[in-house]
Ligand binder design. Structure first.
Ligand SMILES: Cc1cc2nc3c(=O)[nH]c(=O)nc-3n(C[C@H](O)[C@H](O)[C@H](O)COP(=O)(O)O)c2cc1C
Length: 176
């Protein structure tokens, strides 16, 4: 999912495993897309460990930056998402895209432990999220993502304008 989102975002994105993230990476990032599985109703341990290491070093220094989440789940995913949202609230980040949860429908031990293949539709969703996120950052001053409307991803900018980005990440219209 993270690779698909990074591919969608194009050259401007850096794809970092949570274990490798250091506070400076967060300070330098224009926006943050957190991608992890939900395990035992929580974000993955590696993602939690990243937040544990970086929370105080960057507190008060990344306020207002845009963020979004993409969670891989077997049945739910909302627990992990809520935990990340809570930490993001502490950092005063701004969610700019609707939460993405990809339900891989793995509920038996065998299915959970099996190697999973992301469906074409889910890969496309992740890529489109990455594209829209990167496009919003390029446009600058992105305030809030409103989700897909009639095939377009709609953002509201800090200046009150609405921008519509197609699934192929072309700016279709800017209004307001
Ligand atoms: C120990 C463990 C606990 C899990 N707990 C949950 C859970 O609470 N909610 C859920 O939706 N999925 C849960 N899952 C399923 C995973 O989120 C799902 O298999 C996801 O695809 C994992 O990503 P991965 O295949 O990249 O490891 C759990 C999986 C494992 C291994």
């Amino acid at each position: 999912m993270a690779r698909a989102a990074a591919a969608g975002a194009g050259g401007s994105a850096r794809l970092l495993p949570a274990a490798d993230v250091v506070p400076d990476d967060l300070l330098k990032a224009g926006g943050l897309l957190f991608v992890c599985p939900e395990n035992l109703a929580s974000m993955s341990g590696l993602m939690k460990e990243m937040f544990d290491r970086t929370y105080y070093p960057v507190l008060g220094r990344i306020e207002g930056r845009p963020y979004a989440t993409a969670i891989a789940a077997g049945s739910d995913g909302t627990g992990a998402q809520a935990q990340i949202d809570r930490i993001a609230k502490g950092w005063r980040l701004r969610r700019v895209a609707e939460p993405l949860i990809v339900n891989l429908a793995a509920q038996t031990p065998e299915a959970i432990l099996a190697q999973k293949t992301l469906s074409e539709a889910a890969t496309k969703q992740c890529a489109e999220l990455g594209e829209a996120f990167a496009q919003g950052l390029e446009m600058g001053n992105l305030l809030i993502g409103r989700g897909w409307v009639d095939g377009f991803y709609r953002f509201r900018t800090a200046h009150g304008a609405s921008a519509y980005v197609t699934a192929r990440s072309r700016i279709r219209a800017v209004s307001g």
